[in-house]
Design a protein around this ligand. Sequence first.
Ligand code: PMP
Length: 455
Amino acid sequence: MDLLDKERLAPLYARELARFHARIPKSMAAREVARRFMPDGVPMSWMSAFFSHPPVFVDGGEGSVFRDIDGNEFVDFNLADLSNTVGYGKNAVSRALADCAARGIQYLQPSMDAINVSAALAARTGMPFWQYTGTASAANIEAIRIARAYTRRDKVVLFTGKYHGHIDTTLAKGGSPEGNEPARPSSMGVSARATADAVNVAFNDLDHLKAALGKGDVALVLIEPALTNCSLVLPDPGFLEGAFELTSAAGALFALDETHTLQMAYGGLIGERGLKADILTLGKGFGAGVSLGAYGLTPKLARFIDQHQDSDTVPEPGIALGGTTYGNALSMAGARAMLDEVATPEAHTRIAKLGARLADGLDAIIAKYDLPWRAFRYGPRSGFCLTPSLPRTYVQALRSVHADFYNLRHTYLANRGIWDAIVSAGPQVSFAHTEQDVDCYIEVCAELIDEIATG
Ligand code: PMP
């Protein structure tokens, strides 16, 4: 029995989409008004690109649940693509933000919270020095610039299946590790010159990385410790350690992008596994939904940027870093509360257990219908992997998801009060989730699979 057969999925999807439309009349009307002022009626184009059904306009929420303007409630397993792991309504972060906003949001001078946030990040990741940006993308932009300034080289090594933000250098596909064939733009509007300095190599493949480092012209190896934007690809034992050794031996810098994985383990993989890196970039969840990015630096790099500050008073150019609103008091107040009061070691242990409960529940459904699938599992993250083995490469990761099944699942679950993750991710448990939330996800997935199987 092929559960992913188009003939099986299409009629169910048509039925569920019609139901979804009927449930959101106010959102549909709001979108028509919004279209007069914003392309496709949304303030940021991804909001309408993520799902095959229309976006909902939100009203508010509490804990793990948000509500749209039609009054529909959704237990949220997307967590704003991991940029909101604290949940909705009143909590430690919203209180800290309200308190800070009442006193002053932004001064372009440091607040005491900046010290607390940096100390908390240093304690949990081992990276001693910290700088802040507005987003994870901006943190990666600055990591690339620092590496190029430090090494006086231009090339950046990336890993196929990665996502590091909408940055010209990283919006690059292909390229040969040996450098005979340059990477090409993966987006319209990116110049071939910008991507010519990038090369993509295969994740979990040290020989590929070695080849890319061979010419001694690499400034930075930028890597997610697990690929989290094409389902989930975990690192083979020793891969990240080996990648760091090879990179250092080639005189390049090694940056871990833990924008997503910091939400999956206390201190991210660097903290959990004691990995080594020269730069550690972060964003999303640790800002608790307020725009915030950060990067951690080793002492040698912290000294380097100190010595090369960009200033109009010296003739030689320094490194252009920073932005007017970066490190503002509001984002620091939210991150302080997030790190100290929400994302504690105990809370991480709790959500990892809930993640395992979710994965066990999905595995039980898979076993019941004898499907050649299995559940992803890493801390609070899970989801259906539609292949018998977990992926080790990007190509395998592509086979672990299925667009028609995904579109049906998101819409079916939404009609039953669950907001599933975006297609490239998996459902993840937040600090606000309960066992009942997790059981509800499993129960509705069981109904869905049963309907697909029985027709
Ligand atoms: N790095 C990683 C690993 C990401 O997954 C993302 C976003 N999905 C980014 C960086 C960019 O984050 P932002 O869009 O918040 O800048």
